[in-house]
Design a protein around this ligand. Structure first.
Ligand code: SAM
Ligand code: DTB
Ligand code: SF4
Length: 320
């Protein structure tokens, strides 16, 4: 029997106890659970593309794409379908198995969704898995995307419910949960996680993971982003998260959601190889691959492959 049952009834005190474990005990526990559920030497790689950039009406205080902050990000309208497929094909050549397309929208308009659906179909035809992140989705929109064959939809809760309104005021935590429900009900794999390093407490980090683990079903993919501080955003200059606390967050995510893919997401460009290696040991088993995230820098492909070689890690093959 597995030592880690799937639970949806976590209490914050229990989560805080996990965070408070001695570091070696926490990592050992997380790693054992990781091995029970996954090949510890395989990491899934996805490439991101911003298909519509900047001029977003929302006020997420971490984000370089909000129209409210002067960050120097050039706004770009929705990309042509052919351009997106060309970029996906290049990502495939570099070894990515999933292509994630992101748009700086509060939610997609129906006309735009039709164009995005053509992108999904084109990328799938290359034999890649598809992922979208377009903001809030209604039930009908989720169903349309599901019918088009979309594999994953990313929509982050970003932080604990308590901390949330210190970061975003233009949409509520509950609206995020509604979108996740629409996506789940439509039969699309849910990708949902959050950001650390925004000035939150350890309890908030626990609260964020608890909100994810206590959903009706654990998200299939849980991205843990370390804030990329961008000049012009309100969070620029905030005290950075201690690297070992970041590793702890990964470990606790692995323990609470044993069968989910945990993604070591944004922030790797400022992370040492040693810290990334600890994250893989703690249970992270996916990354964003390619020299750009949406608008900010990510490690170059050859650097990541060199790190994989040093660690004996292999890219995870696609499911289909
Ligand atoms: N506009 C859509 C939305 O917010 O749902 C989709 C794109 S949005 C850029 C996707 C996610 O990227 C956000 O939910 C947030 O978690 C993450 N993100 C944005 N800016 C970031 C930053 N500076 N550092 C780390 N993560 C960031
Ligand atoms: C996620 O959780 N992180 C990715 C992806 N999902 C869409 C985005 C990170 C964005 C970092 C800031 C930028 O490059 O603009
Ligand atoms: Fe807009 Fe998404 Fe950035 Fe928020 S995170 S400002 S919704 S692009």
């Amino acid at each position: 029997m597995k030592s880690s049952p799937i639970r949806h009834d976590w209490k914050i005190e229990e989560v805080e106890k996990l965070f408070a474990l001695p570091f070696n005990d926490l990592l050992f526990k997380a790693h054992c659970i990781h091995r029970e559920n996954f090949d510890p030497n395989q990491v899934q790689i996805s490439t991101l593309l911003s298909i519509k950039t900047g001029a977003c009406p929302e006020d997420c205080s971490y984000c370089p794409q909000s129209v409210r902050y002067d960050t120097g990000v050039e706004k770009e309208p929705l990309m042509a379908v052919d351009t997106v497929i060309e970029q996906a094909s290049q990502a495939k050549e570099q070894g990515a198995t999933r292509f994630c397309m992101g748009a700086a929208w509060r939610s997609p308009k129906d006309k735009d969704l039709d164009q995005v659906i053509k992108m999904v179909q084109g990328v799938k035809a290359l034999g890649m898995e598809t992922c979208l992140t377009l903001g809030m989705l209604k039930k009908e929109q989720s169903e349309k995307l599901s019918a088009a064959g979309l594999d994953y939809y990313n929509h982050n809760i970003d932080s604990s419910e308590e901390f949330y309104d210190k970061i975003i005021t233009t949409r509520k935590f509950d609206q995020r949960i509604d979108t996740l429900k629409n996506v789940q009900d439509a039969g699309i794999n849910v990708c949902s996680g959050g950001i650390v390093g925004m000035g939150e407490s350890q309890r908030d980090r626990g609260g964020m993971l608890m909100a994810l683990a206590n959903l009706e079903k654990h998200p299939g993919s849980v991205p843990i982003n370390s804030l990329v501080q961008v000049k012009g955003t309100p969070l620029h200059g905030i005290e950075k998260i201690d690297a070992l606390d970041f590793v702890r967050t990964i470990a606790v995510a692995r323990i609470m959601m044993p069968e989910s893919m945990v993604r070591l997401s944004a922030g790797r460009n400022e992370m040492s190889e040693a810290v990334q290696a600890m994250c893989f040991f703690a249970g992270a088993n996916s990354i964003f691959y390619g020299e750009k995230l949406l608008t900010t820098a990510n490690p170059e492909e050859n650097k990541d492959m060199a790190l994989f070689n040093k660690l004996g890690i292999e890219p995870m093959p696609a499911k289909h």
